[in-house]
Write a protein that binds this ligand. Structure first.
Ligand SMILES: [Zn+2]
Length: 215
């Protein structure tokens, strides 16, 4: 019996030591961690995406190209909080789930960084691309885009796109960005253009697949 116990302990140690936090925390664990109320539930058939359904967004705005149905407000993905919570289509929520589990969390885990939350710089916005007059309508107007400006770790360390892209954390920030490109249709960071010095832009247009635009 003691031998069995020792063996079990060893196996547990090995699985924890090498696997890290490989399992997605449960809804209850994530609610408790961030103090979410019980109406924050898993939504959109998107594993690990916690939020609430909301009314269609942006309908009745003066620009008919703006707004979307099947709308949700996402509070956390894969145990990582979105700060503030982000409005998006359910379809985008499912891509966000894949982005977190296949790109973001593995990259942070590899670097032994325990990601706690992400700063959302923009979600829905009825505007043109980069808010320029005459430009095409932004993916932000359709609930298919999210901008991320910072990543906060459980120990309080915070990496910002503006501050860390070009310093000694730059290699890690670029790994996070490039991994994200494999999930989203369009990914734009500080090397992309002057409008993206302080955030990563990710979006998922309906008609084309991931990794179409990554710079
Ligand atoms: Zn954006």
């Amino acid at each position: 019996m003691p031998r069995t116990f020792a063996l079990l302990s060893l196996m547990l140690l090995i699985s924890c030591g090498f696997g890290g936090r490989s399992e997605t925390p449960s809804t209850a664990e994530t609610r408790a961690k961030f103090g979410f109320s019980s109406d924050i539930v898993e939504i959109c058939d998107a594993p690990g995406v916690l939020g609430v359904r909301i009314d269609p967004v942006g309908r009745g705005s003066s620009n008919a190209s703006c707004g979307f149905n099947d709308a949700v407000r996402v509070y956390a993905v894969g145990g990582v909080a979105l700060n503030p919570p982000a409005r998006m289509q359910c379809r985008t929520a499912r891509i966000t789930s894949a982005w977190m589990s296949e790109a973001v969390l593995p990259t942070f885990r590899d670097a032994r960084r325990d990601l706690d939350s992400m700063r959302v710089a923009a979600d829905y916005s009825c505007r043109t691309r980069n808010s320029r007059r005459g430009a095409r309508i932004s993916e932000h107007a359709k609930g298919t885009a999210i901008d991320i400006s910072a990543f906060r770790m459980a120990d309080g360390e915070t990496l910002t796109v503006l501050g860390d892209w070009r310093n000694n954390n730059g290699g890690f920030m670029k790994r996070v960005f490039r991994a994200s490109c494999r999930i989203w249709h369009t990914s734009i960071g500080p090397d992309g253009d002057r409008f993206h010095q302080d955030h990563f832009h990710f979006d998922a247009t309906r008609d084309r697949g991931p990794n179409t635009w990554c710079r």
